[in-house]
Design a protein around this ligand. Structure first.
Ligand code: AGP
Length: 655
């Protein structure tokens, strides 16, 4: 997704803007740019390249100032190019806009503005915002003929005249006219947006607004800051505000910030404290964020289960859940709505919640749930799983579920994210910031929380005794050490990956929770190595997918079709061995995930990834770790960028 940053204060804005954009690189992008107001003028610099190139271009230019905005663009409308890169300007070149999201009514707005004489230079939806602010500002400044003449002249004449027009002394219009122009503009927009807007007439002022797309704002000793996500500003402030839809904020150079609701009424917002550090948002000596975050997983599991069990009463605690014992007893259906990896966590949740609490659980891809008119009543519990808390499809599913009367609980990793304001209840996963596009530690945190929630529901419905709950909880406390053990044997996993890196497709097979581990393992592999990977319930493979195994590959082991088989000790272990035999007979190269001490499986394949023995219901947490390392090793062998895979974004805030 696009990233926006903004700074206004008493120091040079360039460093904040460039460093902030670097910290947002994980969101994925294809071009970048900044704009600064300085001495009554507005300067813009953009590159169809990475932020490192933008930094070089800035150093070679005369752009300067203590108030500016910046942007990394993940193209939605218009090809990646310098002309489509943000910031975008109005006709007069005195207004600059950066935007994350999609303006859904941009076409009709563009037609209207063009009919009014505005000239567009880009293919983007964003550019309409700049011209709309220009139009609204001109209308509001109607009583200032000097400004009117200047604005009108800039729209109808060429570059030279524009510069002459701009040379006229900046109009002394009140900042309120600028704010009002933006407020009027926001009211005319439909779709998703996080906007940062500058006006040359108002140096030192940044006006921001959002709808659906994330934005975080704060004050610091150097001034005021705004960004799409916390890593861009964490070095400057830990006290942040999350703007609500269509609210406006006006950031001033003295660090003061005014907040206005859509009706223009000033208000004081809620401030959140960010409790993680800048190190959390940095690589910490690892070659990439993905490896760092994989290695954080022992701590994440420890944090996820901490304070969840009261030894005195022998009970699990979910104090955040406002549901009474009667309400919990009345729950007759659970929907889990999510996307991508979070959806896979939901699949694990289904297995465990159904097994322990006997409540029917339906796991739904959020983008389908919202269009399917699902059966929802006041006895329906909806769990919305979203690491970012900003995924558009999941947010829409939450809104739908709430409208239908369900109790909606969000499981998210981001404090104050949009989903926390849409759901009635929020359960925070304790993963800390996850920067790599590929979800790893957040997946384990989600699964750990869902495991505890499943146990809690069974406890509250008196279907599991305190002893049973306590036993499983005690085994969960062993998981961090088991993950550490797996991480210590990464070399074996990387060697197996090297045997598979040249394949053009890979299959994953498993049963029960082993199948859910496969779905997530396949997604990890395909999304960072671009190797086509697909997961199946192992029993299903003979009903079609086994045709994907190309026997021709068996002449060269490196070209054999890899089949990753999750064959841990379980009730279906023997069935898994049979499935492994089936695929071997057709020339597959099997990479088996097995329980330490299992000697039978080593007779079938030489690529065995052993993990410590674990209760089957907890195996997705440990078994996913080798598959994360397996995917990362293949991606690196194939020369891929593991942190910023092509075409992907960390948070999909558009539908
Ligand atoms: C997983 O590695 C991907 N990053 C992607 O599938 C992600 O899980 C999905 O977009 C959902 O994101 P969310 O959890 O922030 O809603």
């Amino acid at each position: 997704m696009c990233g926006i940053v903004g700074f206004t204060g008493t120091i040079d804005a360039r460093e904040f803007l460039l460093n902030g954009l670097m910290r947002l690189e994980y969101r994925g992008y294809d071009s970048a740019g900044i704009a600064l107001t300085h001495g009554g003028g507005l300067q813009v610099l953009r590159v169809k390249d990475k932020v490192a190139q933008l930094r070089k271009a800035v150093a070679a230019s005369d752009i300067e100032g203590s108030c500016g905005i910046g942007h990394t663009r993940w193209a939605t409308h218009g090809v990646p190019s310098e002309v489509n890169a943000h910031p975008h300007c109005d006709c007069s070149g005195t207004i600059a806009v950066v935007h994350n999201g999609i303006i859904e009514n941009h076409e009709q707005l563009r037609e209207t503005l063009q009919a009014q004489g505005h000239r567009f230079v880009s293919q983007t939806d964003t550019e309409v915002v700049a011209h709309l602010v220009e139009e609204n500002y001109a209308a509001l400044c109607g009583q200032h003929p000097k400004l009117q003449a200047r604005l009108a002249g800039a729209c109808a004449t060429g570059q030279a005249e524009q510069q002459a027009a701009l040379a006229a002394p900046a109009h002394a219009a009140e900042t309120t006219l600028f704010v009002e122009a933006v407020r009027a503009t926001v009211a005319q927009l439909s779709g998703s947006f996080a906007l940062g807007i500058l006006h040359a007439d108002h140096p030192g002022t940044i006006v921001v607004s959002r709808n659906d797309s994330p934005m975080v704002i704060g004050s610091c000793e150097q001034g005021a800051v705004v960004a799409s996500d916390i890593p861009a500003l964490i070095e400057y402030t830990r006290e942040v505000v999350y703007l609500d839809d269509r609210d406006l904020a006006v950031l001033h150079a003295d660090g003061s910030i005014e907040y206005f609701d859509p009706a223009g009424v000033l208000f004081t917002p809620t401030t959140y404290h960010v409790d993680w550090s800048i190190e959390d948002a940095e690589r910490g000596g690892y070659p990439d964020f993905m490896l760092k975050e994989i290695h954080e997983q022992p701590r994440v599991i420890r944090d996820s289960i901490a304070q969840r069990f009261d030894a005195a009463s022998g009970k699990l605690l979910f104090n955040e859940l406002p549901l009474s014992a009667e309400q919990l007893a009345a729950v007759d259906r659970v929907y889990i709505v999510a996307c991508g990896t979070s959806y896979h966590a939901g699949l694990v949740g289904k297995e465990l919640i159904e097994a322990w609490s006997r409540i029917p659980v339906q796991v739904e891809v959020a983008s389908e749930f919202r269009y399917r008119n699902p059966i929802v009543t006041s006895d329906t519990l909806v769990l919305a799983i979203t690491q970012s808390g900003e995924t558009a499809d999941t947010l829409e599913a939450v809104k739908q579920a709430r409208t239908a009367g369900a109790h909606v609980v969000a499981l998210t990793n981001v404090v104050g994210s949009r989903v926390t304001r849409e759901a009635q209840t929020t359960l925070y996963i304790k993963a800390r910031p996850e920067i790599a596009v590929a979800a790893t530690k957040s997946f384990l945190a989600q699964v750990a929380l869902l495991t505890l929630l499943g146990l809690y529901l069974a406890q509250e419905r008196a279907l599991l005794s305190a002893a049973q709950v306590g036993e499983i909880y005690a085994e969960m406390q062993q998981l961090p050490a088991q993950i550490e053990q797996i991480l210590a044997h990464a070399a074996v996993i990387e060697d197996a990956a090297a045997q598979c890196a040249q394949a053009d497709t890979a299959l994953f097979i498993g049963r029960g929770v082993g199948a859910t581990t496969c779905y997530e393992g396949a997604l990890k592999l395909k999304e960072i190595s671009y190797l086509h990977a697909e997961a199946f319930a192992a029993g299903e493979i003979k009903h079609g997918p086994i045709a994907l195994i190309d026997p021709a590959g068996s002449q060269d082991p490196l070209l054999q079709t890899p089949v990753v088989a999750v064959a841990l000790q379980s009730a279906t272990y023997d069935k898994m061995l049979a499935n492994i035999e089936e695929v071997l007979a057709r020339g597959a190269r099997v990479v088996a995930l097995a329980t330490e001490g299992d000697t039978r499986i080593a007779k079938l394949t030489d690529l065995v990834l052993y993990i410590p023995p674990v209760r089957e219901c907890l195996s997705p947490i440990t078994a996913s770790v080798p598959l994360q390392l397996f995917a990362r090793a293949i991606a690196i062998a194939r020369g891929c960028d593991v942190d910023q895979p092509r075409n992907l974004a960390k948070s999909v805030t558009v539908e």
